[in-house]
Design a protein around this ligand. Structure first.
Ligand SMILES: Cc1cc2nc3c(=O)[nH]c(=O)nc-3n(C[C@H](O)[C@H](O)[C@H](O)COP(=O)(O)O)c2cc1C
Length: 312
């Protein structure tokens, strides 16, 4: 037991990241049932769809689970009311100011973790009264920090900036990596990419198979003029890269991006024209696994890494 596992009431301080088009009730409940903390990703759900996922998750597990809420969500008030109505006990907020919703959530007895990509924002989380911080490095899939700070540099600097319980994210997909970030001062690990590619993830098989064939260097950070996002190589990314190289404006990039592109790519499996999001660490894996297989392997390899460290 450490501060993260006791805060959330879980067996292992392993958090399955909230991920658009990947983390519905099936993935979240499977991770919670396996002893980690599953998060439903509300970022790609209409409010009533989120309600349905929360109810299905409650029916599928009696273990703690939570909901990830990107704070730039357009119907944020409705989402927050559903969280309170449905008795959700854990919320991970991201992509916004932790001051806006933390007290509202805490007044309702909800545990709040907030995602940051810099030590400066970690200090803001402390002032806002969050219960835990997720520090997400440049390797991560999805939206990313403008500063491009890698997990190896970010975790010690956030550790220095705050005494709050700290969860590391970005490039963590093995027990060895969980051990490595614990040495740097993290008390838990949030894992996105590896869980996005499991059987229980709601992403399309075409997306999973494509990501499992990636090499090093096949994902890159783009769209800094809008919201910095790690994109997988494909025709859509080529168009973004070409536009960025000739200095395209934010307006033009917004037009190229259009609407619903992440759904197309991740959920519907349109590999060429969709927006494909995955982390650098995808290149380490080549087959779809179940959540149970991943969780067992994470725990086993973590324990081996800890045992080996005593040999030095
Ligand atoms: C497909 C995908 C979708 C994501 N969507 C979200 C999201 O909706 N909200 C969020 O806070 N982070 C999102 N992320 C980031 C993850 O929550 C997590 O912090 C990140 O994946 C961790 O790094 P890793 O991918 O190297 O494991 C997403 C990541 C991926 C791969």
């Amino acid at each position: 037991m450490n501060r993260i596992s006791s805060l959330f009431g879980i067996q292992y301080p392993i958090i399955q990241a909230g991920m658009v088009w990947c983390s519905g009730w099936k993935l979240a409940s499977a991770v919670s049932n396996a002893g980690g903390l599953g998060l439903i990703g509300s970022g790609s759900m209409h409010p009533e769809v989120l309600r349905e996922h929360i109810r299905k998750c409650k029916a599928a597990t009696d273990k703690p689970f939570g909901v990830n809420i990107p704070l730039m969500y357009p119907q944020i008030d409705e989402i927050m009311n559903i969280i309170a109505d449905e008795g959700v006990k854990i919320v991970f907020t991201s992509a916004g100011n932790p001051k806006t919703w933390t007290s509202w959530l805490k007044e309702r007895g909800i545990i709040v973790a907030h995602v940051v990509s810099s030590a400066k924002f970690a200090a803001k989380c402390e002032a806002a009264g969050v219960d835990a911080i997720v520090a997400e490095g440049f390797e991560a899939g999805g939206h990313n920090g403008r500063e491009e700070t890698t997990t190896l540099c970010l975790i010690p600097s956030v550790r220095k900036a705050t005494t709050l319980p700290l969860i590391a994210a970005g490039g963590i997909a093995t027990g060895e990596a969980i051990f490595a970030v614990s040495v740097l001062g993290a008390e838990g690990a949030q894992i996105g990419t590896r869980f996005a590619l499991t059987t229980e993830s709601s992403a399309s098989d075409a997306f999973k198979e494509y990501c499992l064939k990636l090499d090093e260097g096949d994902t890159k950070l783009h769209l800094k003029k809008l919201a910095p996002t790690r994109l997988v190589k494909n025709a859509f990314r080529d168009a973004v890269e070409e536009a960025e190289n000739r200095g395209a404006s934010a307006e033009e990039l917004r037009e190229i991006l259009g609407k619903g592109r992440a759904k197309k790519g991740i959920f519907e499996g349109e590999i060429d024209e969709g927006e494909l999001e995955i982390g650098q660490i995808a290149s380490l894996f080549s087959k779809i696994e179940t959540v149970d297989e991943v969780m067992h392997e994470l725990v086993d390899t973590y324990q081996i890494a800890v045992a080996k460290s005593y040999l030095w």
